[in-house]
Design a protein around this ligand. Structure first.
Ligand code: CA
Length: 233
């Protein structure tokens, strides 16, 4: 599938050269000559990359960037800047631009930056997609979708209750959790048993995680409860 690149650049010659070069590299390219037009085009579809000129008539590049980032999309944006735009370049990076290329640029350098920005954004998109369902804490990995758990690559089998307990700990790493909190979260508010049940299950989970000499990462906070935390060495 072709990757879509939006060029927002008022200098028609530059925009045209960029379009031809990018199309030659296999990208699907569209051009906007003003900031306003650029924003309209930006909202029309999902782009893999935006090349954004800073000096645009009307709505300037920084305004466009601000509005692009306000949409909460993380499409990579590469700024096209003049040498004299240092301050704007810094502002642009602060506003969430991924990179910049100073005019006049070597086309090969620009193409390399385009490739790199798209690659980085794709790998981080995969990562953040994972993050919703996959919890990772140091050596521990828990996948909510598959209910798969590994510790340092070793597969771990937990009972449903043990799983819920570990999931809760992994959702609150580095946070001291009291026995009552764990009891409410894992056993439910209507559980009237002793909080000792928490200690018992923590012991089960630890034992399974610690097989083959690995660390469970579950630390006891004396008199309080437990915390998922890296052991001090
Ligand atoms: Ca310009």
């Amino acid at each position: 599938m072709k990757e879509h690149v939006l060029i927002i650049e008022d200098e028609e010659n530059i925009a045209r050269v960029l379009q031809l070069e990018l199309e030659f590299e296999g990208y699907a390219v569209e051009i906007a000559h003003t900031g306003t037009d650029g924003l309209i085009k930006y909202r029309e579809k999902v782009w893999d990359l935006v090349l954004l000129d800073l000096m645009l008539p009307g709505l300037n590049g920084l305004d466009v960037l601000r509005r692009i980032r306000a949409t909460k999309t993380d499409t990579p944006v590469i700024l096209l800047t003049a040498k004299s735009d240092l301050e704007d370049k810094v502002t642009g990076l602060d506003l969430g631009a991924n990179d910049y290329v100073t005019k006049p640029f070597e086309i090969e350098e620009l193409l390399a930056r385009v490739r790199s920005a798209i690659r980085v954004s794709k790998s981080s998109a995969v990562h953040s997609q994972h993050n919703e369902n996959v919890h990772i804490f140091h050596s521990l990995l828990l996948n909510e979708q598959t209910r798969e758990i590994t510790n340092d690559g070793e597969s771990i089998n937990l009972t449903p209750r043990e799983y819920d307990l570990l999931l809760y700990l992994m959702k609150h790493p580095n946070q001291v959790l009291t026995r009552e909190q764990l009891l409410d979260a894992v056993w439910g508010f209507d559980y009237y048993g002793d909080t000792n049940v928490v200690d018992v299950y923590i012991r089960y989970v630890r034992k399974k995680l610690e097989e083959k000499g690995k660390s469970s990462l579950i630390q006891t906070v004396r008199g309080v409860g437990y915390v998922l935390k890296e052991e001090k060495r």
